[in-house]
Design a protein. Sequence first.
Length: 288
Amino acid sequence: MSSIPFQITNVQIDSSCNTDQTKILDCFRFNIQVYADQPLKSAIQFTVSYIGSPNDCQYDQILDQLEIDPENIQQGQAMQFTLETPGPDLSKIPSKEDLFGATAVILSVSYFQQEFFRVGYYVYVGYSDQELKDNDPVVPIVDKIHRTILDNKPRITKFDINWNGPVDQYSQQEQQILNQLQGQNQGFASLMPNLFEKSNGIFEKFNEIPKYGINTPFYSEQNNNNNNNNNQQNNFYNNNNNNQQQNQQFQQNMPCSFQNVNNQIYQDQQQQQQQQQQQQSFQPSGFF
């Protein structure tokens, strides 16, 4: 199995853009370290996005993009650089509720338009002034809004891509679906307690899938059995409902005399059942 020709070995939020005085419009700075094991055929693209609303991805903002040509990447040596982007455009954030509170900033890395690495950081936005916290202005005071990046809790996702060259449109769609599935599996791993420990900036590999994840035979077989049981139960209830509806329709179409006879038979059956239950209730429990 060949090694990955290009790897992101380290990403850190620069401390200068994450202080107690950092405001919402201040720039973001990412200190990035990479390593190329083999020659590359195309540029590496870095994209920084800001989540404008957690409820709708159409409000995601691309803050900046950077491309590094293959001739500028030194093979067999670690490279380090700083990627600086402007702050978010507040006019593109749909509501005041989306402006404040928890959001995220995401750095994604692509090769031949295939995303192979993504790291996201939670960002908290709010007033630092206690008076403004207690008396929230109707119109936000922008120069009083601060942000805090939770740089010790990164969320990392890695994707398998085709490193040999570009893919056609159909393959790109397949790759997007695969990336989504891998992202879901990585989401299970993000719930593990050890991911909340303070990070030193060197990312661990999160390639393990939970023992009973969505792709395991155990889960699939259990789901199939449950689905079969549910189908059988639904068929049973549907048949009973159909029989009841047919009986009701039949009774409605009968002459009145036949309806009376049918009601009398039903009452007699009910009385017989009640008598049997009373007889059974007098039997001593010691015989059972």
